[in-house]
Design a protein around this ligand. Sequence first.
Ligand SMILES: Cc1cc2nc3c(=O)[nH]c(=O)nc-3n(C[C@H](O)[C@H](O)[C@H](O)COP(=O)(O)OP(=O)(O)OC[C@H]3O[C@@H](n4cnc5c(N)ncnc54)[C@H](O)[C@@H]3O)c2cc1C
Length: 474
Amino acid sequence: MNAVPPPNRAAIDALLAALPADLVLTATEDLGRFSRDWSGDYHGRPLAVARPRDTAEVSLVLQHCHRLRIPVVPQGGLTGLVGGGVPADKAELVLSLERMNKVRRVDPFDFAMIVEAGCVLEVAKQAADAAGCLLPITFGAQGSCRIGGNVATNAGGFNVLRYGMTRDLVLGLEVVLADGRIWNGLKLLRKDNRGYDLKQMFIGSEGTLGVVTAAALKLFPRPEQVETALVALSSVPDAIAFYAHVRAACSDLATAFELLMRRTIDVSLTADERLADPFPEKFPVYVLLELSCGAGIDLRALLEGALVSAGDMLLDAVIASSQEQAARLWRLRETMVEKQGGGEPYLRTDVSLPISQIPAFVAAVETTMAEGFPQSGINIYGHIGDGNLHINVIPPRGLEREARAALIHDAETTLFGVLDQFGGSISAEHGIGRAKRPAFLERVDEVSLDIMMRLKSVLDPDGILSAGRLLPSP
Ligand SMILES: Cc1cc2nc3c(=O)[nH]c(=O)nc-3n(C[C@H](O)[C@H](O)[C@H](O)COP(=O)(O)OP(=O)(O)OC[C@H]3O[C@@H](n4cnc5c(N)ncnc54)[C@H](O)[C@@H]3O)c2cc1C
């Protein structure tokens, strides 16, 4: 059912008449690719798709939508995993940022870049790299997701451990408000205490408070050395002990620390026969570890020393001897992420909790889910250096659509019930969108929700932006 009521036909016609024809797509055959996300879990036909070429055109579109009360959903690369960017069926205008894709500036002295919201993350990373810098946001969807989407979801990824979330990397933003006014907060200042830090409101706001049109992002020196290792362990508590050991032994040079339970390795091996089991024996738990730094440090020796001094904690270990071998180790992780559902819907979660609580939490989840959902597969992996786990529940094959949806719902309720006992968050990085809205609204405290609703009513009084996501419907 649509949470967003469609506007009347006269309003839509007035909008189309007011906008230049080359700004809007309306033909059915053009709308398909804006109608579903990467996962395929959500789909809905847009009323039309506006594709502005600059900030003034975004402003023009929003001025008219505001005047005519036309619901709008901003769209980036559609890789979001909570249904946020997909339009409610025939009820929303899609505002696609795909034509605003320029890297406006890369400055190796400021260690900063200014990028338009529709720039694909990978392209922004390449531009930084060409200037000898690193834009550290890194994850599997970087070839498709866009900077505006990364800001709107406060994206995380593999390198949060060292560089923080997208929020930590944003120096400034340009945002078009729901009524079409342009807020220019696009600055490169690293320290600026003039009043409220307004950009923070928009980061992670999932398109509900404004449309991001450009971002100024922090850059870092490009690492000259990267070392990658896969280690095998007997248990999750050992993986956490190994994490503390690596942080202490490697002078904080760890840039990734990814947990993979055995089942997830099996998913990758089944999905891609070119991948090989990394060790002659199977182990219960694996950690994919990456260290990186500039020149002048013997990084390989540091890594080898850390592995040797971990002693009996490690059951086996391999250090990648080439970039190609490192890429193969990463493929063990990435293939599983893409193939785990076998093309059918499954429960995807991205929870977080204090790192020290992870062993007890995983034990509780394994027991509870084995009892409640014995036929389902439970894939556990994640960025454990950030206290962020993905616990995904894969229903048995061949279930009818409704039975599958009911199982996914029940599994989420059960899993989040366990998480609540550990004081965790139901979203570490994907956001709330439509998928997690009921669970979010059940848990959010009254004062937080009141502040969020007041912010929303100040910035978008008619509720035209991303209705039906994150917040309660008016
Ligand atoms: C294989 C895979 C791996 C992933 N791994 C990670 C990971 O490790 N960490 C992580 O954090 N995420 C991950 N994701 C999720 C996803 O890639 C991120 O949420 C990403 O930031 C979304 O960007 P997008 O451009 O695709 O946004 P979209 O999906 O298009 O939109 C996401 C949300 O942002 C809003 N939005 C988009 N653009 C704008 C804008 N310009 N202004 C205002 N609102 C906007 C949309 O309305 C929607 O609510 C993964 C996804 C996939 C498919």
